[in-house]
Ligand binder design. Structure first.
Ligand code: TXA
Ligand code: MG
Length: 319
C-alpha cells in the first residue's frame, strides 16, 4: 500500500489532469469510473469518444457529499431521504436538473435530468475534494464491454486513450450503483445494482416500480439497460446445471457439477455479496482464456442477486 504522502500526491496529479480537461480513471466502491470535469463540455465529449459510447446515453455526475448534489438537481423529499440514508455509497439518484446547473448538458445527453452519486471509495472522495468540481464517470470500459473492477482491467480496455489511472486495488462491491429515478414523479428503479432494492424500499416505505422496457432505438430513460451490454467475447449460457465440453464454468455455491474446463466459483459459500464482488473479475479472467463459451450456474434472485442476474442476462443477450 502506498503511504499517505504518495497517495495525496497521486490524487493531486489526477485532479490536475481533470482540471486540464483530461480523462482520469479512478476507483469507486462499485467499479472503476472514467472521470472528466463535468463542467467542461470538451472533456465530457472526450468520455463518449474514449468509450465509443452512444451519444444518447447520459452520464452519472459524482460529487463529494449530498449538499453538492442538492445544488445540482431538484430533489423531492423522498430522494433526499434516500441520499441521507445511503450516501456515500452505491446509489445513483436521477432528478430534474437545477436551474441554472453548471454541469455540461452533454452529461444529461441533452435532456433535463441529471444522475447524481456520492461514492464512498476514499480515493474517489479524495479526488472529488481535490478538484472541487463535479466529475462525470461512466464505468471505465469500452462501451458494451464488461465493467472494470481493477486498474489492470481499465488499462486492458482503455489504456492509451486516457491520461492516467488512479490505482486503488479491487473495487469491493463489484457491480455498478443502483439507479433510482425521481425525474417523472414516484421512485422508479432504472438499474438494479450494488445497493439492494429491499434497503431502498424500507426507507421509501413502498415497493419500487421497475422502469418499463424501452423499444430499441427510442430515447432512453436508462440507456444502460440496452439488451446486449457487459459482453465478454465468449458466448454466455445461463442457468447451467451441466456444462458442455469446452465451456468454462462460472459457478456459485458449494455444490458443483462435473466439469473438465476452466472454473471460477463466484462464492463457494453461496454468499451473494461476495459473488457480486467477484463477478466482473471472473468474467474478465475466463474470457481472457479464449474459451468459446462461459456456462453460468443459477444464481438466486434475492438481494444483490437481482443486480448479478441483470448483468449476466445482458452478457448472454444476442449481440
Ligand atoms: O457504479 C456506478 O454507477 C459506476 C461508477 C463509476 O460510479 N458508473 C456507471 O456509469 O456505472 P455508467 O455510465 O456505466 O452507467 C450509468 C447508468 C446508465 O444506465 C445510464 O443510462 C444511467 O446511469 N443514467 C445516467 N444519467 C441518467 C439520466 N439523466 N437519466 C436516466 N438514466 C441515467
Ligand atoms: Mg457501464
Amino acid at each position: 500500500m502506498a503511504g499517505q504522502a504518495e497517495t495525496t500526491a497521486r490524487i493531486a496529479a489526477a485532479a490536475e489532469a481533470l482540471a486540464a480537461g483530461e480523462l482520469v480513471a479512478f476507483p469507486t466502491e462499485t467499479v472503476y469510473g472514467l472521470g472528466a470535469d463535468a463542467t467542461n463540455d470538451a472533456a465530457v465529449a472526450k468520455v463518449y469518444a474514449a468509450k465509443g459510447r452512444p451519444r444518447f446515453n447520459p452520464l452519472i455526475v459524482h460529487v463529494p457529499d449530498a449538499a453538492a448534489a442538492f445544488a445540482l438537481g431538484e430533489f423531492p423529499d423522498e430522494a433526499k431521504a434516500l441520499a441521507r440514508a445511503f450516501w456515500p455509497g452505491p446509489l445513483t439518484i436521477v432528478v430534474k436538473r437545477a436551474e441554472p446547473c453548471p454541469v455540461s448538458l452533454l452529461a444529461s445527453a441533452g435532456g433535463d435530468t441529471i444522475a447524481l452519486r456520492v461514492p464512498s471509495h476514499p480515493l474517489a472522495l479524495g479526488l472529488l475534494a481535490a478538484l472541487a468540481r463535479p466529475v462525470v464517470a461512466p464505468s471505465a470500459n469500452p462501451s458494451g464491454r464488461i465493467s472494470p473492477t481493477t486498474a489492470a482491467h481499465v488499462e486492458a480496455g482503455l489504456g492509451g486513450r486516457i491520461a492516467m489511472v488512479l490505482d486503488g486495488g479491487a473495487s469491493p462491491v463489484g457491480v455498478e450503483s443502483t439507479v433510482v429515478s425521481f425525474a417523472d414523479g414516484p421512485a422508479v428503479l432504472l438499474r438494479p445494482g450494488g445497493l439492494d432494492r429491499e434497503a431502498i424500499e424500507r426507507v421509501l416505505g413502498i415497493r419500487l416500480k421497475a422502469a418499463a422496457k424501452e423499444a430499441p432505438g427510442t430515447a432512453l430513460a436508462a440507456p444502460g439497460r440496452m439488451e446486449s451490454h457487459y459482453a465478454p467475447r465468449a458466448a454466455v449460457r445461463l442457468n447451467v446445471t451441466a456444462p458442455q465440453p469446452g465451456e468454462a464454468l462460472l459457478a456459485f455455491g458449494p455444490e458443483l457439477p462435473a466439469t473438465a474446463g476452466p472454473l471460477r466459483n463466484l462464492s463457494p459459500a453461496g454468499d451473494l455479496t461476495e459473488a457480486a464482488a467477484n463477478l466482473f473479475c471472473y468474467l474478465h479472467e475466463l474470457d481472457a482464456l479464449g474459451v468459446a463459451a462461459i456456462a453460468v450456474m443459477p444464481i438466486p434472485h434475492e438481494g444483490l442477486g437481482e443486480a448479478i442476474n441483470d448483468r449476466l442476462a445482458r452478457a448472454a443477450a444476442p449481440r
